[in-house]
Design a binder for this molecule. Structure first.
Ligand code: IMP
Ligand code: MG
Length: 176
């Protein structure tokens, strides 16, 4: 099968890795010697979470959560339509939610509210590879992020369009 759509590269593999390296150094400073729990939000943040985790030097535990606000196509519905959660006991833990992108903000709000209402965490931060601020519908922001992006539909490095392109090592956008 061939991809007929034209993909423009926005961030090359090297640029993504450099940004993750910088973020990891920051987290290594902030959480030096403290144990942290990374919550990888499947499927989109799988690449980001593993690459970030590999560069962290404090004790790290990894958890995975699956939810989605997307049916198909290129616009976020804002509704969380499926949840599959099986997390360790996060009471009194330092928790960092790791997302691929913060768009309308509904997913971030859902996750933060969910964790706060189910656990008495020691600390809770939201970390996103990409931040699409112009599309925000809620007053919510990432505590840490790597790239600010314009209102374009992004694919690659974990992000998909109808399940395609997740495996690309770079981030691109599809030309209309
Ligand atoms: P939000 O709830 O609108 O903030 O959307 C968050 C989720 O929508 C992300 O975790 C992604 O899975 C998906 N999403 C938002 N924008 C894009 C995009 O440009 N490309 C691929 N997925 C996206
Ligand atoms: Mg996602």
């Amino acid at each position: 099968m061939t991809n007929e759509k034209k993909l423009n590269i926005l961030y090359k593999e090297e640029e993504i890795q450099a940004a993750i390296h910088k973020l990891a150094e920051k987290l290594n400073d902030i959480y030096a010697n403290e144990e942290i729990y990374l919550i990888c939000v499947l499927k989109g943040s799988v690449m980001f979470t593993v690459d970030l985790a590999k560069r962290l030097t404090m004790p790290v535990k990894m958890e995975f959560i699956r939810l989605s606000s997307y049916g198909s196509g290129t616009k976020s519905s804002g509704n969380i339509n499926s949840v599959n959660i099986s997390l360790s006991d996060l009471n009194n833990k330092n928790v960092i939610i790791v997302e691929d992108i913060i768009d309308t903000g509904h997913t971030a709000k859902f996750l933060i509210d969910y964790l706060k209402s189910n656990y008495s965490v020691k600390s809770l931060k939201f970390c996103s590879l990409l931040d699409k601020k112009s599309r925000r519908e809620l007053d919510i922001n990432a505590d840490y992020y790597c790239f600010d992006i314009d209102d374009k539909f992004i694919v690659g490095y974990g992000l998909d369009l109808d399940e395609q392109y997740r495996n690309l090592p770079y981030i691109g956008y599809i030309e209309d």
